[in-house]
Design a protein around this ligand. Structure first.
Ligand SMILES: Nc1ncnc2c1ncn2[C@@H]1O[C@H](COP(=O)(O)OP(=O)(O)OP(=O)(O)O)[C@@H](O)[C@H]1O
Length: 849
């Protein structure tokens, strides 16, 4: 097992004052700190003149983009490949942790690591047409050592329009677990809201103080009961994140007007499935955890009092537990690394120090934070820490402690592995099959023992050359050139390979036939259309009912006739029920789900449509195709409709697959029931004396009846599975057809619209004139709708990638109308105060709340 080091980066907050004590060395990874020789700066040190700290990178004056590409992109990439990843920001209050993790959530340019990670994840998922990836999100807040679910039921009130409100598929409900909810306005539902405003009464925090404790539990670094919301798109995931952000607890103090008063942990869970239901689904399960820790603070400096002081005490205490945990882990790692000749090695489970250390105790359970971060600090996770510092002389002491902590974290190692998962039912079946095959193989070996054939008995897999040879024999068998009796069957393994090759040859022949069938279908369709117009003429000439009857009869005759050779029933579907397929469209030959990816490539290949981010954002001079494609999807009615159809079909496909999976599981348990009843029946028969063999006793009768019912149920479920399989196949084809349609129409539209358009402004003007025409033709938009539309066009043209961000922001704002000049937090606080007053009044009058 390979352990890898936790990577640590240092980011400095820009400051006008600057620091005379800190300097970054030439390697860009080492920071030098000169130690002052006086007590005024809070330090007295007579021996050392300076300290050197080395990290994986130092980022002074770095843009948000640089920070993301340096520190986070690789972790997210790993998460997409099935690893767990954690990115956490640590540092004193006001040093820029929230700015680093969340960024300025009002500004796309200044967005932080979380929105960027969401974008990277969904962009990659969009490219994986052959995989089913389900993304879920959770948002946990640890405030005063109590855990809150920031995506609990208030979320439906906050962002219903995005559709991102479905809970996870496990039927988890927050109520069920008795979670401490924050309501939409930031107060604890179960609690007694106790607001403490510092300065501006609208910028204070409002939190519950009489909440029920220990309702969320941490088991093996997993928070049980936390709601995981499904996010189908980037926009939905962003909406979830923004909704959680809007109710985080913050407060104002002397060093930060918007200081986080809690540790916030936003997690994205990815479940990737690949394979077919019949062969068993192979899946990856990974998660990306983004942690914005509350900042350590000297209460003397922040002038904290009252509630803010209490919060500061909780924050400092939990950070000190974190330090103790890291210290224990790094000590263990250090000593074991030294004794093993390596650098840093930890106990495999990451929970305890090395045995060389005499199993040193690592205090993970001391606090909620360390329990949750257990994996990130030493378990199955790829971890990155960003240390944020505020490089001013007045913060020297805090800076030193951040630098020291970061150095210790850099000594930790984790053990990240790909989290592969197979459907357990499928695995059991697979192993059962393997055991049965091995038994047969052995029996065959015994039978063949002593003969030369025995030498040919193989257990390993065949080489490519051997497979080709077997395939040649299979083809000859299929073509009737070699009689089956003439084929020497060397071993069971050989027979299996031969079967597979026969199947493959048969599939190839089937696919050839399918292509021929597709062209025949096209021909048939053309004929049907022709026939349709002839029939219309006939209908016009004759009486309505007679004409219809004649037409139906003629239609079915024609359909039946052409259909005969293939054995398919075409039916009497209206001509517009089938998507318009061009002669070269590969959809017609689509036979199964595996063809999806190929088709996607086939379809996109002839169209120079590059959706890579680099092209998508390049706006120098002319309009690139990627931008135009986004425009087509969002702004042109035809494209919007097609894109909507594609989205709906994809959604339906996902639902159908889930349904199929459930039914397959039901089928499997039905089979198990039949097996066990058969077994029981046989046992019963075996225990009877010879004379009683012909008499069915009561117990036997019971088994027989149950067996009959089980078999009947099995048949019913089996039929359902077959139907669902067909539905999935049809729906897969519909998805591909919708994709093809969208690309095809776009390719028609693109040269038409882009003719003579070379610059962004020209396109904007053209789009505006088109939309004005469209508005006039359809219905007039009101002023705000028109503004939104123009704004969307501007966003798409400037940076199509930013669309999801802006739309998610807009949907959140719509639900929380803001008064001009007021912040969301201000509104939240105001509403909380109003509610509190109402509640107090009600309490005074003895009304129940
Ligand atoms: N790299 C940076 N570039 C621009 N502004 C920054 C940067 N880092 C921090 N800031 C600004 O400094 C202020 C404090 O930052 P932030 O709230 O992120 O600190 P914090 O470490 O999260 O503090 P706390 O622990 O109190 O929550 C914010 O106004 C933020 O915009």
């Amino acid at each position: 097992m390979v352990r890898s080091a936790v990577h640590v980066y240092l980011r400095t907050r820009p400051t006008s004052a600057g620091s005379s004590s800190l300097s970054v060395q030439q390697d860009g990874k080492t920071i030098k700190m000169l130690l002052p020789k006086n007590a005024e700066a809070g330090l007295i040190n007579n021996q050392l003149e300076h300290l050197l700290f080395k990290y994986d990178g130092i980022l002074p004056k770095a843009s948000q983009e640089t920070v993301y590409s340096t520190c986070a992109q690789d972790v997210v990439d790993h998460v997409l490949r099935g690893y767990n990843g954690t990115i956490f920001a640590y540092g004193q209050t006001g040093a820029g942790k929230t700015y680093t993790m969340s960024g300025d959530t009002q500004s796309y340019q200044q967005r932080g690591i979380v929105p960027r990670a969401i974008h990277q994840i969904f962009k990659e998922i969009d490219m994986r047409v052959d995989q089913e990836v389900v993304v879920r999100a959770s948002y946990l807040e640890i405030y005063n050592e109590v855990m809150y679910d920031l995506l609990a039921d208030h979320f439906d009130t906050l962002v219903p329009s995005t559709g991102a409100s479905s809970m996870d598929g496990y039927g988890q409900s927050s109520e069920q677990y008795g979670i401490n909810h924050r309501d939409a306005m930031g107060g604890s539902k179960k609690g007694h809201h106790k607001g403490t405003a510092v300065g501006d009464p609208y910028s204070g925090h409002f939190l519950g103080s009489s909440y029920k404790k220990d309702t969320l539990h941490v088991v093996d670094a997993e928070v049980k009961g936390l709601v995981k919301r499904v996010a189908n798109t980037e926009e939905e995931a962003l909406a979830l994140f923004f909704a959680g952000e809007s109710i985080r607890s913050t407060s104002k103090h002397a060093l930060n007007s918007n200081s986080s008063r809690s540790h916030c942990i936003f997690t994205l869970y990815l479940e990737t499935k690949q394979g077919s239901d019949s062969l068993g689904m192979k899946g990856l399960q990974s998660k990306l955890t983004c942690v914005d820790l509350a900042g350590s603070e000297r209460t003397k400096k922040t002038h904290a009092s009252g509630q803010t002081l209490k919060e500061a005490m909780f924050i400092n205490k939990s950070l000190s537990f974190l330090e103790q945990t890291v210290n224990a882990l790094s000590k263990a790692s250090h000593s074991r690394g030294a004794s093993s000749g390596g650098r840093r090695v930890l106990g495999e489970d990451g929970t305890s120090a090395s045995s060389d250390q005499g199993n040193a105790f690592v205090p993970f359970r001391q606090s909620k934070l360390t329990s949750v971060l257990k994996d990130a600090l030493g378990g199955n996770c790829k971890t990155v820490m960003i240390g944020n510092i505020w490089p001013e002389d007045r913060h020297l002491e805090e800076t030193i402690s951040t630098l020291r902590f970061a150095s210790r974290v850099r000594q930790l190692t984790t053990n990240a592995v790909v989290n592969e998962r197979r459907d357990p039912e499928f695995l059991v079946k697979k192993y059962e099959r393997q055991v049965a095959n091995l038994k047969q193989e052995l029996a065959m070996r015994d039978a063949l023992s002593g003969t030369s054939n025995r030498l040919s008995s193989r257990y390993g897999s065949f080489s490519e050359a051997e497979k080709q040879e077997i395939k040649r024999i299979a083809r000859k068998m299929l073509n009737g050139e070699t009689p089956i009796e003439d084929v020497t069957l060397h071993s069971l393994n050989y027979i299996r390979e031969l079967f597979m090759q026969v199947k493959q040859c048969a599939d190839e022949q089937k696919s050839e036939l399918g292509n021929k069938h597709a062209s025949a279908m096209l021909e048939l369709e053309t004929k049907l259309k022709q026939f349709g117009s002839d029939a219309t003429k006939v209908e016009a000439a004759s009486k309505a009912d007679e004409g219809k009857a004649a037409s139906d009869e003629a239609a079915s005759a024609a359909v039946g006739e052409s259909d005969k050779p293939s054995g398919f029933h075409v039916g009497n579907a209206p001509s517009d029920a089938r998507p318009d397929r061009g002669a070269g469209t590969p959809v017609a030959s689509m036979e199964n789900q595996e063809d999806l990816a190929d088709t996607y490539q086939d379809v996109s290949a002839p169209m120079p449509l590059d959706l890579s981010p680099a092209l998508g954002t390049s706006m120098s001079g002319s309009i690139d195709k990627s931008t135009a494609f986004d425009l087509f999807k969002y702004e042109v009615e035809e494209g919007r409709n097609l894109s909507m159809i594609l989205k709906e079909r994809k959604k339906r496909l996902t639902d159908l697959r889930h349904n199929l999976r459930d039914q397959t599981m039901e089928l499997n348990s039905g089979k198990e029931e039949i097996d066990s009843l058969t077994h029981a029946l046989k046992n019963r028969e075996g225990t009877k004396s010879e004379g009683d063999q012909d008499v069915v006793d009561e117990e036997q009768y019971k088994y027989m009846q149950s067996l009959k019912t089980a078999k009947r149920n099995y048949r019913e479920v089996y039929q359902k599975v077959r139907d669902s399989q067909l539905q999935v196949q049809t729906c897969s084809r519909d998805v591909v057809a919708a994709k093809v349609d969208l690309y095809k129409r776009f390719n028609d539209w693109y040269p038409r619209t882009m003719a003579n358009v070379v610059s962004r402004d020209e396109l904007l003007a053209k789009m505006n004139s088109l939309s004005v025409q469209a508005d006039e033709e359809n219905e007039l938009l009101d002023a705000s709708e028109h503004f939104d539309k123009v704004e969307m066009q501007r966003i798409i043209l400037e940076d199509p990638d930013s669309l999801a961000f802006h739309t998610a922001k807009k949907s959140l704002k719509k639900m929380t109308p803001l008064a001009k000049g007021k912040t969301l937090r201000g509104e939240k606080a105001k509403a909380t105060m109003t509610r509190r007053m109402e509640r107090d009044l009600a309490l005074n009058f003895g009304l129940k709340q």
